[in-house]
Design a protein around this ligand. Structure first.
Ligand code: BYC
Length: 484
């Protein structure tokens, strides 16, 4: 079996670069799972646009250079497949108690349950995000944005395929059952919800979508980076290729928010409004005021922090110790990669005060990944602030304190403001709407969500992008809408 090939075989039902043709058992299992997946996509994928022709990129190779081909595709006909980054010869387990041993090409029996759980949790988030975003096509601010939404959606679908391949190939009957269950759970469903909190929240409008792809897809990046270090080589290779797709999703988020900010600043300047807190006047211009953009950032950032789990976690320690889930860019860190004698400072609630405490580095791995995430998330925020600064408007977007609005971990039992000052229940109830979108804010944003489906045109509240996808010119018709 040639597992080093970069090119993808598109001949069969399931495109792949894992020589599926030589693996009849897994091929059959995936072909059996396929109709259920298509049913799920038709039921829960983008509503109202399944017959439309969308200018999508499809992976034709896993070579980092030139892996994509662009063409018009009807989404249900997208070629979802199984793509793994090339195998590194003689790869060793890079961390934990098995450090230095050859990477596993098969599931190590003693870690089977732990590994399956990690793969299932990762897999569960992918269809969840498609479900969360399924209504957004109808209010797309342009065909360019609509195309980006659908690109993100089909790739999340492919990420589900990526995890399902691992379950079907390496986990036998229970892997098959988990693969089925991934198609049964539903985001926000009262009885069969998705596994992690943020994936049961609504994505009601396009600013939420951009914030989600900026903040929550970035958790995806961090978790995939940590899993890409895994000693279980097929998981590592799968995640390495997923990361190349994930980059576009964060690009959609970062540039989306930038364009919203840009448009707001342009409109304020044209109207001679210099006070960003004059919300009523700014809203009359048909753009989203900066304080409301801040509130949306507060919401999505805090919901995403919950996805890192508890600050102190035995699960995380066990997964690292076992060599299954590493740290962010483990391969670039300079230490013993075992951490058995190290400590890490964790922000905790001690005697009613938020303070750092040194705890065992192994137990603090969720916290460490979250810290790396916060650094990464701040970079784009800096770029948003540059735009505001260029217009000379006295306002800065700031990420709230990690204790703000939390439902998982150390701070889930307290209320804190965006600066990390602890608040009583009464104070929180009084101030909540200063920090998070109020019903009025939501209604205002919703009122702006009018579709703009003419090529080259954009809704009032968002600036056009600097460059088109695949270098297409402004008037390019990214989606040819066909009524279903
Ligand atoms: N909601 O020991 P702890 C993405 C549970 S996003 C509900 O701290 P651990 C994407 C936890 O399951 C990336 N429950 O947990 C983005 C545990 O339950 P059990 C997704 C939660 O394991 C955009 C208990 O609380 N990938 O790809 O250290 C679009 C104790 O917690 C939550 C991954 O997450 C929660 N938020 O950490 C599309 C990677 N947090 O087992 C896609 C795989 C914790 O005691 N997952 N609990 O019953 C993991 O690495 C870890 O499972 C977690 C949790 C980081 C999620």
């Amino acid at each position: 079996m040639n597992i080093n090939i970069a090119a993808v075989d598109y001949d069969g039902l399931i495109p792949n670069n894992v020589a599926l043709g030589d693996d009849p058992r897994v091929k059959r299992a995936l072909e059996k799972w396929h109709p259920g997946y298509i049913d799920w996509w038709n039921d829960m994928g983008p509503e109202g646009f399944q017959a439309s022709l969308v200018y999508l990129r499809t992976a034709i190779s896993v070579d980092p250079k030139g892996w994509a081909k662009f063409d018009y595709v009807r989404m249900p006909e997208y070629r979802w497949g199984v793509l793994l980054a090339p195998q590194h010869a003689d790869r060793k387990i890079p961390f934990g108690r098995h450090k230095g041993e050859p990477a596993w090409q098969d599931v190590p029996g003693e870690y089977r349950a732990m590994l399956r759980r990690l793969i299932v949790i990762q897999g569960d988030t992918e269809p969840a995000s498609v479900e969360q975003q399924r209504h957004l096509g109808k209010t797309a601010p342009s065909l360019y944005d609509m195309r980006n939404l659908f690109q993100v959606n089909v790739e999340e679908g492919r990420h589900l395929w990526a995890m399902v391949y691992l379950l079907q190939k390496y986990f036998g009957t229970d892997g098959r059952e988990e693969a089925e269950a991934l198609l049964q759970r539903r985001s926000g469903h009262p009885d069969t919800p998705r596994m992690l909190g943020a994936f049961n929240e609504k994505t009601p409008d396009w600013l939420s979508f951009f914030m989600f792809t900026y903040f929550t897809d970035r958790d995806g990046k961090m978790q995939l980076e940590a899993l890409a270090q895994s000693g279980f080589d097929p998981l590592s290779r799968t995640c390495r290729f997923m990361l190349t797709e994930e980059a576009h999703h964060m690009f959609v988020g970062e540039t989306g928010v930038t364009r919203v900010i840009q448009r707001t600043c342009e409109a304020m300047k044209a109207a001679g409004i210099s006070d960003p807190t004059n919300i009523e006047a700014v809203r009359k211009l048909g753009v989203i005021d900066l304080p409301t953009i801040q509130k949306k950032a507060n919401l999505h950032f805090s919901l995403t922090l919950d996805l890192f789990g508890n600050e102190i976690s035995t699960n995380a320690a066990n997964a690292f110790h076992a060599g299954l889930k590493g740290r962010y860019r483990e391969d670039r860190l300079k230490d013993d990669h075992q951490l058995e004698h190290d400590t890490y400072p964790v922000l905790r609630l001690i005697d009613g005060k938020i303070q750092n405490e040194d705890v065992s580095a192994l137990s603090a791995l969720n916290m460490r990944l979250r810290d790396d995430y916060v650094v990464d998330a701040n970079v784009g925020v800096g770029r948003w602030n540059k735009v505001i600064e260029e217009f000379g408007i006295p306002f800065q977007i700031k990420l709230p304190h990690v204790a703000f609005h939390r439902h998982i971990g150390e701070f889930s039992g307290v209320h804190a403001d965006v600066d990390g000052k602890l608040l009583s229940d009464a104070e929180w109830n009084q101030k909540r709407n200063d920090y998070l979108p109020s019903d009025g804010d939501k209604d205002f944003i919703e009122s702006l969500m009018q579709p703009q489906f003419e090529p080259a045109k954009f809704a009032s509240w968002i600036a056009p992008p600097k460059v088109g996808i695949d270098n297409k010119p402004g008037e390019f018709e990214y989606v040819k809408i066909v009524d279903a």
